[in-house]
Design a binder for this molecule. Structure first.
Ligand code: SF4
Length: 367
Protein backbone atom coordinates (compact mmCIF):
# COMPACT_ATOMS: atom_id res chain seq x y z
CA UNK A 1 0.00 0.00 0.00
CA UNK A 2 1.30 3.41 -0.94
CA UNK A 3 1.18 6.20 1.67
CA UNK A 4 1.04 9.89 0.94
CA UNK A 5 1.34 12.99 3.07
CA UNK A 6 -2.08 14.56 3.62
CA UNK A 7 -1.49 18.23 2.85
CA UNK A 8 -0.24 20.27 5.78
CA UNK A 9 -1.17 17.62 8.34
CA UNK A 10 1.39 15.25 9.81
CA UNK A 11 -0.63 12.26 8.56
CA UNK A 12 0.75 9.68 6.16
CA UNK A 13 -2.44 8.30 4.66
CA UNK A 14 -2.94 5.12 2.66
CA UNK A 15 -3.87 5.67 -0.97
CA UNK A 16 -6.98 3.54 -0.55
CA UNK A 17 -9.39 4.77 2.12
CA UNK A 18 -12.34 2.82 3.52
CA UNK A 19 -15.64 4.66 3.27
CA UNK A 20 -18.22 4.10 5.96
CA UNK A 21 -21.53 4.50 4.15
CA UNK A 22 -21.67 1.03 2.63
CA UNK A 23 -20.94 -0.56 5.98
CA UNK A 24 -24.58 0.20 6.77
CA UNK A 25 -25.64 -2.48 4.32
CA UNK A 26 -23.82 -5.43 5.88
CA UNK A 27 -23.66 -7.36 9.13
CA UNK A 28 -21.12 -6.50 11.79
CA UNK A 29 -19.21 -9.76 11.28
CA UNK A 30 -18.68 -8.78 7.62
CA UNK A 31 -17.58 -5.30 8.66
CA UNK A 32 -14.98 -6.91 10.93
CA UNK A 33 -13.66 -9.09 8.11
CA UNK A 34 -13.40 -6.14 5.73
CA UNK A 35 -11.69 -3.94 8.31
CA UNK A 36 -9.24 -6.70 9.25
CA UNK A 37 -8.30 -7.40 5.63
CA UNK A 38 -7.98 -3.67 4.86
CA UNK A 39 -5.64 -3.24 7.83
CA UNK A 40 -3.66 -6.32 6.83
CA UNK A 41 -3.19 -4.80 3.36
CA UNK A 42 -1.81 -1.62 4.93
CA UNK A 43 -4.91 0.59 4.83
CA UNK A 44 -5.11 3.17 7.59
CA UNK A 45 -7.90 5.64 6.71
CA UNK A 46 -11.44 5.09 7.95
CA UNK A 47 -14.17 7.48 7.23
CA UNK A 48 -17.73 7.69 8.42
CA UNK A 49 -20.39 10.32 9.12
CA UNK A 50 -22.94 11.06 11.79
CA UNK A 51 -25.65 10.95 9.13
CA UNK A 52 -24.78 7.44 7.90
CA UNK A 53 -27.65 5.59 9.51
CA UNK A 54 -27.85 8.18 12.29
CA UNK A 55 -24.63 6.85 13.82
CA UNK A 56 -24.97 3.18 12.84
CA UNK A 57 -21.88 3.31 10.60
CA UNK A 58 -19.90 4.89 13.44
CA UNK A 59 -21.04 2.25 15.91
CA UNK A 60 -20.17 -0.58 13.54
CA UNK A 61 -16.73 0.87 12.97
CA UNK A 62 -16.19 1.23 16.70
CA UNK A 63 -16.65 -2.53 17.06
CA UNK A 64 -14.14 -3.30 14.32
CA UNK A 65 -11.41 -0.66 14.61
CA UNK A 66 -8.22 -1.00 16.63
CA UNK A 67 -7.69 1.71 19.23
CA UNK A 68 -4.43 2.98 17.74
CA UNK A 69 -2.53 3.23 14.48
CA UNK A 70 -5.43 4.33 12.28
CA UNK A 71 -6.74 7.63 10.98
CA UNK A 72 -10.40 8.15 11.83
CA UNK A 73 -12.59 10.79 10.21
CA UNK A 74 -16.25 11.60 10.64
CA UNK A 75 -18.58 14.32 9.41
CA UNK A 76 -21.26 16.60 10.71
CA UNK A 77 -24.02 18.01 8.57
CA UNK A 78 -24.84 20.53 11.31
CA UNK A 79 -24.63 24.10 10.11
CA UNK A 80 -24.93 25.83 13.47
CA UNK A 81 -22.74 25.59 16.54
CA UNK A 82 -25.24 23.72 18.69
CA UNK A 83 -26.18 20.94 16.25
CA UNK A 84 -22.62 20.39 15.03
CA UNK A 85 -21.30 20.20 18.60
CA UNK A 86 -24.03 17.76 19.50
CA UNK A 87 -23.15 15.71 16.39
CA UNK A 88 -19.47 15.62 17.30
CA UNK A 89 -20.12 14.52 20.86
CA UNK A 90 -22.44 11.78 19.61
CA UNK A 91 -19.80 10.73 17.07
CA UNK A 92 -17.11 10.41 19.74
CA UNK A 93 -19.44 8.36 21.91
CA UNK A 94 -20.50 6.10 19.03
CA UNK A 95 -16.91 5.56 17.94
CA UNK A 96 -15.76 5.02 21.54
CA UNK A 97 -12.85 7.44 21.14
CA UNK A 98 -11.78 10.52 23.06
CA UNK A 99 -10.86 12.27 19.81
CA UNK A 100 -10.94 11.80 16.05
CA UNK A 101 -8.32 12.82 13.52
CA UNK A 102 -10.60 14.68 11.14
CA UNK A 103 -13.96 16.35 11.49
CA UNK A 104 -15.47 17.19 8.12
CA UNK A 105 -18.18 19.77 7.63
CA UNK A 106 -20.37 17.62 5.42
CA UNK A 107 -21.85 18.35 1.99
CA UNK A 108 -21.15 22.06 1.92
CA UNK A 109 -22.31 22.62 -1.64
CA UNK A 110 -24.73 25.54 -1.66
CA UNK A 111 -23.68 29.08 -0.84
CA UNK A 112 -26.32 29.20 1.90
CA UNK A 113 -24.59 26.28 3.64
CA UNK A 114 -21.34 28.20 3.88
CA UNK A 115 -23.08 31.38 4.98
CA UNK A 116 -24.74 29.48 7.83
CA UNK A 117 -21.50 27.75 8.83
CA UNK A 118 -19.64 31.07 9.01
CA UNK A 119 -22.40 32.98 10.78
CA UNK A 120 -21.79 34.07 14.42
CA UNK A 121 -23.36 30.86 15.75
CA UNK A 122 -22.23 28.69 12.86
CA UNK A 123 -20.53 25.29 12.81
CA UNK A 124 -17.06 26.81 12.44
CA UNK A 125 -17.34 27.64 16.13
CA UNK A 126 -17.58 23.93 16.84
CA UNK A 127 -14.54 23.22 14.69
CA UNK A 128 -12.49 25.81 16.59
CA UNK A 129 -13.72 24.60 19.96
CA UNK A 130 -13.13 20.93 19.14
CA UNK A 131 -9.57 21.59 17.98
CA UNK A 132 -8.79 23.65 21.07
CA UNK A 133 -10.19 20.89 23.31
CA UNK A 134 -8.22 18.17 21.53
CA UNK A 135 -11.37 16.42 20.35
CA UNK A 136 -10.43 16.85 16.70
CA UNK A 137 -6.94 17.15 15.18
CA UNK A 138 -7.78 18.48 11.73
CA UNK A 139 -10.60 20.40 10.06
CA UNK A 140 -11.99 19.18 6.77
CA UNK A 141 -14.83 20.03 4.42
CA UNK A 142 -16.71 17.92 1.90
CA UNK A 143 -18.80 18.97 -1.06
CA UNK A 144 -20.78 17.28 -3.83
CA UNK A 145 -21.19 18.48 -7.38
CA UNK A 146 -20.68 22.20 -8.03
CA UNK A 147 -17.33 23.30 -6.59
CA UNK A 148 -17.77 27.08 -6.37
CA UNK A 149 -18.85 27.05 -2.73
CA UNK A 150 -16.06 24.64 -1.83
CA UNK A 151 -13.48 26.93 -3.40
CA UNK A 152 -14.88 29.93 -1.52
CA UNK A 153 -14.76 28.00 1.76
CA UNK A 154 -11.16 26.89 1.20
CA UNK A 155 -10.17 30.49 0.50
CA UNK A 156 -11.96 31.88 3.55
CA UNK A 157 -10.99 29.35 6.22
CA UNK A 158 -7.70 27.44 6.70
CA UNK A 159 -9.09 23.93 6.31
CA UNK A 160 -6.51 21.16 6.54
CA UNK A 161 -8.15 18.99 3.90
CA UNK A 162 -11.18 18.59 1.67
CA UNK A 163 -12.98 15.80 -0.12
CA UNK A 164 -15.22 15.83 -3.18
CA UNK A 165 -16.06 13.78 -6.27
CA UNK A 166 -13.24 13.15 -8.73
CA UNK A 167 -13.92 10.93 -11.71
CA UNK A 168 -13.61 11.04 -15.49
CA UNK A 169 -17.34 11.55 -15.94
CA UNK A 170 -18.05 14.43 -13.53
CA UNK A 171 -14.88 16.26 -14.55
CA UNK A 172 -16.98 17.49 -17.45
CA UNK A 173 -19.95 18.49 -15.29
CA UNK A 174 -17.99 20.18 -12.52
CA UNK A 175 -14.67 21.11 -14.17
CA UNK A 176 -13.90 23.78 -11.55
CA UNK A 177 -12.82 20.99 -9.19
CA UNK A 178 -9.82 20.26 -11.40
CA UNK A 179 -9.25 23.71 -12.84
CA UNK A 180 -9.64 25.74 -9.62
CA UNK A 181 -10.16 23.78 -6.40
CA UNK A 182 -7.30 21.31 -6.81
CA UNK A 183 -4.74 23.90 -8.01
CA UNK A 184 -5.65 26.20 -5.10
CA UNK A 185 -5.31 23.32 -2.67
CA UNK A 186 -1.98 22.17 -4.05
CA UNK A 187 -0.62 25.74 -3.82
CA UNK A 188 -1.84 26.07 -0.24
CA UNK A 189 -0.87 22.57 0.90
CA UNK A 190 -4.47 21.58 1.66
CA UNK A 191 -4.96 17.81 1.78
CA UNK A 192 -6.97 16.32 -1.08
CA UNK A 193 -9.13 13.24 -0.70
CA UNK A 194 -11.08 11.89 -3.65
CA UNK A 195 -14.43 10.18 -3.46
CA UNK A 196 -16.82 8.76 -6.05
CA UNK A 197 -14.06 7.56 -8.39
CA UNK A 198 -16.76 5.42 -10.02
CA UNK A 199 -19.27 8.31 -10.22
CA UNK A 200 -21.65 6.61 -7.78
CA UNK A 201 -21.36 3.36 -9.70
CA UNK A 202 -22.05 4.85 -13.13
CA UNK A 203 -18.57 3.86 -14.34
CA UNK A 204 -19.03 0.23 -13.32
CA UNK A 205 -18.05 -1.00 -16.77
CA UNK A 206 -14.61 0.59 -16.52
CA UNK A 207 -13.46 0.36 -12.92
CA UNK A 208 -9.78 0.14 -13.81
CA UNK A 209 -9.98 3.25 -15.97
CA UNK A 210 -11.92 4.98 -13.21
CA UNK A 211 -9.33 4.25 -10.53
CA UNK A 212 -6.42 5.08 -12.80
CA UNK A 213 -8.06 8.37 -13.75
CA UNK A 214 -8.51 9.47 -10.14
CA UNK A 215 -4.99 8.33 -9.27
CA UNK A 216 -3.74 10.65 -12.01
CA UNK A 217 -4.92 13.64 -9.97
CA UNK A 218 -2.75 14.94 -7.09
CA UNK A 219 -4.80 13.19 -4.40
CA UNK A 220 -3.52 11.76 -1.15
CA UNK A 221 -6.27 9.16 -0.82
CA UNK A 222 -9.15 7.63 -2.80
CA UNK A 223 -12.04 6.66 -0.55
CA UNK A 224 -14.02 3.69 -1.71
CA UNK A 225 -17.31 2.33 -0.47
CA UNK A 226 -16.82 -1.40 0.08
CA UNK A 227 -19.33 -3.94 1.31
CA UNK A 228 -17.76 -7.27 0.37
CA UNK A 229 -14.32 -8.82 0.69
CA UNK A 230 -14.32 -9.41 -3.07
CA UNK A 231 -14.81 -5.68 -3.69
CA UNK A 232 -12.02 -4.89 -1.28
CA UNK A 233 -9.64 -7.28 -3.05
CA UNK A 234 -10.58 -5.70 -6.36
CA UNK A 235 -9.88 -2.21 -5.01
CA UNK A 236 -6.59 -3.31 -3.46
CA UNK A 237 -5.51 -4.56 -6.88
CA UNK A 238 -6.73 -1.42 -8.64
CA UNK A 239 -4.86 0.90 -6.29
CA UNK A 240 -1.62 -0.73 -7.47
CA UNK A 241 -2.20 0.35 -11.08
CA UNK A 242 -0.30 3.26 -12.57
CA UNK A 243 -1.78 6.67 -13.38
CA UNK A 244 -2.61 7.64 -16.97
CA UNK A 245 -0.21 9.44 -19.28
CA UNK A 246 -1.50 12.53 -21.10
CA UNK A 247 -1.96 10.51 -24.30
CA UNK A 248 -3.87 7.81 -22.43
CA UNK A 249 -6.14 10.46 -20.94
CA UNK A 250 -6.95 11.81 -24.40
CA UNK A 251 -7.81 8.29 -25.48
CA UNK A 252 -10.02 7.76 -22.43
CA UNK A 253 -11.91 11.00 -23.02
CA UNK A 254 -12.46 10.04 -26.66
CA UNK A 255 -13.45 6.42 -26.13
CA UNK A 256 -15.13 6.03 -22.74
CA UNK A 257 -18.61 4.64 -23.46
CA UNK A 258 -20.21 6.70 -20.68
CA UNK A 259 -19.06 9.86 -22.44
CA UNK A 260 -19.92 8.69 -25.95
CA UNK A 261 -21.34 11.24 -28.36
CA UNK A 262 -23.43 13.04 -25.76
CA UNK A 263 -21.21 14.34 -22.92
CA UNK A 264 -19.62 17.70 -23.75
CA UNK A 265 -15.86 17.60 -23.05
CA UNK A 266 -15.68 21.42 -22.80
CA UNK A 267 -12.98 21.49 -25.49
CA UNK A 268 -14.38 24.71 -27.06
CA UNK A 269 -13.67 23.48 -30.58
CA UNK A 270 -17.27 24.12 -31.70
CA UNK A 271 -16.80 27.86 -31.16
CA UNK A 272 -17.31 30.44 -32.47
CA UNK A 273 -21.01 29.88 -33.17
CA UNK A 274 -22.18 32.17 -36.02
CA UNK A 275 -25.14 33.15 -33.82
CA UNK A 276 -22.92 33.81 -30.81
CA UNK A 277 -24.31 30.95 -28.71
CA UNK A 278 -22.04 29.85 -25.87
CA UNK A 279 -22.47 26.16 -26.68
CA UNK A 280 -20.15 24.70 -23.99
CA UNK A 281 -21.71 27.07 -21.45
CA UNK A 282 -25.17 25.60 -22.06
CA UNK A 283 -23.81 22.08 -21.76
CA UNK A 284 -22.02 22.97 -18.55
CA UNK A 285 -25.34 24.25 -17.19
CA UNK A 286 -26.90 20.94 -18.24
CA UNK A 287 -24.08 19.12 -16.41
CA UNK A 288 -24.83 20.99 -13.21
CA UNK A 289 -28.54 20.37 -13.70
CA UNK A 290 -28.57 16.58 -14.21
CA UNK A 291 -24.95 15.56 -14.87
CA UNK A 292 -25.90 15.18 -18.58
CA UNK A 293 -27.37 11.83 -17.58
CA UNK A 294 -30.53 11.80 -19.66
CA UNK A 295 -29.86 11.96 -23.39
CA UNK A 296 -33.19 11.01 -24.95
CA UNK A 297 -31.83 7.80 -26.48
CA UNK A 298 -33.18 4.28 -26.15
CA UNK A 299 -31.43 2.50 -23.30
CA UNK A 300 -32.23 -0.48 -21.11
CA UNK A 301 -34.63 -0.08 -18.21
CA UNK A 302 -31.82 -0.79 -15.75
CA UNK A 303 -29.54 1.81 -17.32
CA UNK A 304 -32.34 4.36 -17.36
CA UNK A 305 -33.12 3.67 -13.70
CA UNK A 306 -29.46 4.13 -12.73
CA UNK A 307 -29.15 7.38 -14.66
CA UNK A 308 -32.44 8.69 -13.34
CA UNK A 309 -31.30 7.98 -9.78
CA UNK A 310 -27.90 9.61 -10.26
CA UNK A 311 -29.04 12.62 -12.30
CA UNK A 312 -29.91 14.78 -9.31
CA UNK A 313 -27.70 13.03 -6.75
CA UNK A 314 -25.59 16.13 -6.11
CA UNK A 315 -28.30 18.74 -5.83
CA UNK A 316 -26.57 21.29 -8.06
CA UNK A 317 -29.71 22.04 -10.10
CA UNK A 318 -30.02 25.63 -8.88
CA UNK A 319 -26.53 26.35 -10.14
CA UNK A 320 -27.44 24.86 -13.52
CA UNK A 321 -30.60 26.95 -13.80
CA UNK A 322 -28.77 30.14 -12.84
CA UNK A 323 -26.00 29.52 -15.35
CA UNK A 324 -28.50 28.64 -18.09
CA UNK A 325 -30.46 31.85 -17.52
CA UNK A 326 -27.30 33.95 -17.56
CA UNK A 327 -26.35 32.91 -21.10
CA UNK A 328 -27.23 35.30 -23.92
CA UNK A 329 -28.09 34.68 -26.71
CA UNK A 330 -30.26 31.76 -25.73
CA UNK A 331 -30.74 28.33 -27.24
CA UNK A 332 -33.61 29.67 -29.38
CA UNK A 333 -31.07 31.51 -31.50
CA UNK A 334 -29.78 28.22 -32.93
CA UNK A 335 -30.79 27.93 -36.58
CA UNK A 336 -29.42 24.43 -37.12
CA UNK A 337 -26.64 25.55 -39.45
CA UNK A 338 -24.59 22.51 -38.45
CA UNK A 339 -21.17 24.23 -38.45
CA UNK A 340 -20.60 23.31 -34.81
CA UNK A 341 -21.44 19.67 -35.48
CA UNK A 342 -18.68 19.48 -38.08
CA UNK A 343 -16.20 20.93 -35.58
CA UNK A 344 -17.03 18.75 -32.58
CA UNK A 345 -14.41 15.97 -32.29
CA UNK A 346 -16.78 13.80 -30.29
CA UNK A 347 -19.64 13.61 -32.79
CA UNK A 348 -22.14 15.42 -30.57
CA UNK A 349 -25.37 16.44 -32.29
CA UNK A 350 -25.11 19.92 -30.81
CA UNK A 351 -28.43 21.46 -31.97
CA UNK A 352 -30.32 18.45 -30.62
CA UNK A 353 -28.41 18.54 -27.33
CA UNK A 354 -29.08 22.26 -26.97
CA UNK A 355 -32.80 21.57 -27.32
CA UNK A 356 -32.56 18.80 -24.74
CA UNK A 357 -30.71 21.07 -22.31
CA UNK A 358 -33.39 23.73 -22.76
CA UNK A 359 -36.17 21.21 -22.24
CA UNK A 360 -34.62 19.79 -19.08
CA UNK A 361 -34.01 23.14 -17.47
CA UNK A 362 -37.06 25.09 -18.61
CA UNK A 363 -39.73 22.67 -19.82
CA UNK A 364 -39.59 19.55 -17.67
CA UNK A 365 -37.68 17.38 -20.14
CA UNK A 366 -40.21 17.38 -22.98
CA UNK A 367 -39.00 18.26 -26.43
S1 SF4 B 1 -16.77 20.79 -29.66
FE1 SF4 B 1 -18.21 19.28 -28.78
S2 SF4 B 1 -17.20 18.58 -26.88
FE2 SF4 B 1 -16.12 20.44 -27.55
S3 SF4 B 1 -17.13 22.11 -26.39
FE3 SF4 B 1 -18.20 21.95 -28.35
S4 SF4 B 1 -19.91 20.53 -27.99
FE4 SF4 B 1 -18.48 20.32 -26.28
Amino acid sequence: MEYRRLGKTDLQISLLGLGGFHLLEIELKEVRKIVDRYLEAGGNYFETARSYGDGVSERKLSEALPKDGVIVASKTGGRDEESSRSDLLATLKALGRDHIDVLFLHAVTKSGDWEAITSPNGALKTVEWAKSEGLVRYAGITSHGYGGTLLKALKEYPFDLFMTQMNYYDRFNFPEIETKVIPFSVCNNIGIIAMKALADGYLWKGVEDAFRYTMTLPVSCIVSGINTLEQLEEDLALIEKRPFTAAELDHLFAEAPELGNYICRQCMKCLPCPEGINIPGFFLAEGRYDRQMLDGKIISAADYALRDRLAHWFGSEEQGIAEYKSLVPGVDSCNDCGICVERCPYGIDIPRKLRIARSKITEGYVW
